[in-house]
Design a protein around this ligand. Structure first.
Ligand code: F6P
Length: 331
């Protein structure tokens, strides 16, 4: 019987379980055994594993997280760790390893491929920063969660006439903040792709207040500035209460959206197609709405295509909103 290994690696994302179940179900159909290594690459290195069946995955299809656990394993940058992983791969006589993870996991998969291991990656990260695919599994759910959280907070902020600063996840990529900001009708969005200094942001808040917006919302992605300092500055400058909220891990939990489930199913099937056709060393990707298999080297070099149209749409809506408020105020 053919055997494959599977891991979920890095920050988990909603839809990982749906993808795992799809892969396991397909493997059963083709009489392939699936060995899950627990907690990402670390589980592989330390050979912490178990054969999994669709029964094991059954209850998890609609659940966030990963039922085979995930995690980061910083020592994996060292070749001696790859050698250990290879030894485990050989010990189990694996035909291939499927990795569900983000950009760091792809780099690690590429390193392992140099040791003649057959690897396929399915892009799973809420950050949407795997650039060979237009969407990664988990992004849609994370944006929905962020929008729901910001919408809720806005209701009380507006009622109390407070300024809101909402910080989303995304590491060095502003995808979550831009989408969540647009869909929660933020007045100001601050993302690393469109650098703006703190002074400018404070002035922007001032402009909003001046046109009669008593409760402006600012959505920004993490790791750019200290939001508590920004809140203090806004309060001091305009004598206006300002709350800084980290949306946080709520973005990474909960059931995947239908969009994410569909992507998880399509990409899971794509990963198993790779196994069946011995198409290894690639990332299962969504390119122009179609599932494609992008070789690691190309995937790693793929450039970020910032959605300028969406950004311009945000700016246009903001101009329109501000003009409207201005004319209302002057009447
Ligand atoms: O990579 C996904 C991500 O959710 C980032 O947006 C965030 O910065 C990070 O993971 C947090 O991960 P953790 O705290 O679990 O290491």
């Amino acid at each position: 019987m053919k055997k494959i290994g599977i891991i979920t690696s890095g920050g988990d994302s909603q839809g990982m379980n749906a993808c795992l179940k799809t892969i396991i179900k397909m493997a059963e159909r083709y009489n392939i055994e699936v060995i899950a290594f627990f907690g990402g690459y670390k589980g592989l290195v330390f050979d912490e594993c178990k054969t999994v069946t669709s029964k094991d995955a059954d209850m998890y299809f609609s659940v966030g997280g990963s039922f085979i656990l995930s995690g980061r394993y910083p020592p994996f940058i060292e070749k001696k760790e790859w050698d250990k992983a290879k030894a485990v791969y050989k010990k189990h006589n694996l035909e291939a390893l499927i990795v569900l993870g983000g950009d760091g996991s792809i780099k690690a998969a590429n390193d392992l491929s140099t040791l003649d291991m057959n690897i396929i990656v399915v892009p799973c990260t809420i950050d949407n920063d795997v650039f060979c695919t237009s969407k990664s599994i988990g992004f849609d759910t994370a944006v929905n969660n962020a929008v729901n959280a910001i919408d809720n907070i806005q209701q009380t902020m507006k009622t109390n006439g407070r300024v809101l600063i909402a910080e989303t996840m995304g590491r060095h990529c502003g995808e979550i903040a831009m989408h969540a900001g647009l869909c929660s009708e933020a007045d100001i969005i601050m993302i690393p792709e469109k650098k703006q200094d703190v002074e400018k942001i404070v002035r922007e808040v001032g402009k909003q207040l001046a046109v009669g917006n008593t409760s402006p919302t600012l959505v920004l992605s993490e790791l750019q500035i200290n939001i508590d300092d920004l809140a203090k500055k806004i309060t001091e400058t305009y004598n206006k209460e300002c709350k800084a909220i980290v949306v946080g891990y709520i973005q990474r939990g909960g059931s995947p959206t239908v969009q994410d489930k569909l992507l998880a199913i399509r990409m899971g099937v794509g990963a198993m197609d790779c196994v069946l056709n011995k198409n290894y060393g690639c990332v299962v990707s969504l390119v122009k709405e179609e599932i494609k298999f992008i070789p690691f080297e190309k995937a790693i070099k793929a450039k970020y295509k910032f959605n300028e149209e969406l950004w311009q749409t945000f700016l246009e809506l903001k101009r329109f909103k501000t003009e409207k408020k201005k004319s209302k105020k002057s009447k």
